[in-house]
Design a protein around this ligand. Sequence first.
Ligand SMILES: C[S@@+](CC[C@H](N)C(=O)[O-])C[C@H]1O[C@@H](n2cnc3c(N)ncnc32)[C@H](O)[C@@H]1O
Length: 192
Amino acid sequence: MFSIVIKATQMAQSFVEKKVCEYDYAIDATLGNGKDTIFLSNLLKRGIVYSFDIQKIAVDNFKETANKLNISNVIAINDGHENMDKYVNKKVKAIMFNLGYLPKGDINILTKPETTITAIQKGLNLLMVGGIITIVAYPHEEGMREREEILNYLKSLNPKDYAIMEIGFINRTSSSPSVIVVEKNSTSREDI
Ligand SMILES: C[S@@+](CC[C@H](N)C(=O)[O-])C[C@H]1O[C@@H](n2cnc3c(N)ncnc32)[C@H](O)[C@@H]1O
């Protein structure tokens, strides 16, 4: 039986898939095990994916995978996403965040509200009109504050400039993740 959505990460990918075309540029703000980066790399056959992680192990592992899979359109950067503007000088169509810690990695190394919000702000500047940012947020102990601070920041943005929504599961545990989607509006809307 066909299921529309099983995981929040798949939901985020389904939004991105509808937006990007093969010539676009995109950012994976949290490389981790590389699933979103590989997903973006497959979509952007003639574009570039910039992928960030503060953990060298994540970048090194990805480079190994990229060699094995013959992936040549990804620039994997061992730096925080809050510095993305130092590396990306093109407008991008999509930016994906998957917050929290690296699965099967060090659970003490995780995304932080301050740096995540700085990265979102810089991401909004780098985003093409019509482009989207997806953020998979986990309301576990640390993630709760991060999600709340992100939502507070996003609520302050002008609805004429951005369409922003959050999608979550209503029949799963309170610790299940949600997806926040930000679209940069293509025209200044008068009807909001
Ligand atoms: C949930 S994992 C990402 C999973 C990944 N999207 C995947 O498909 O496997 C979160 C990652 O964010 C990284 N991270 C934490 N703070 C960061 C920062 N400031 N900039 C970039 N990456 C960061 C962590 O090291 C971790 O690998």
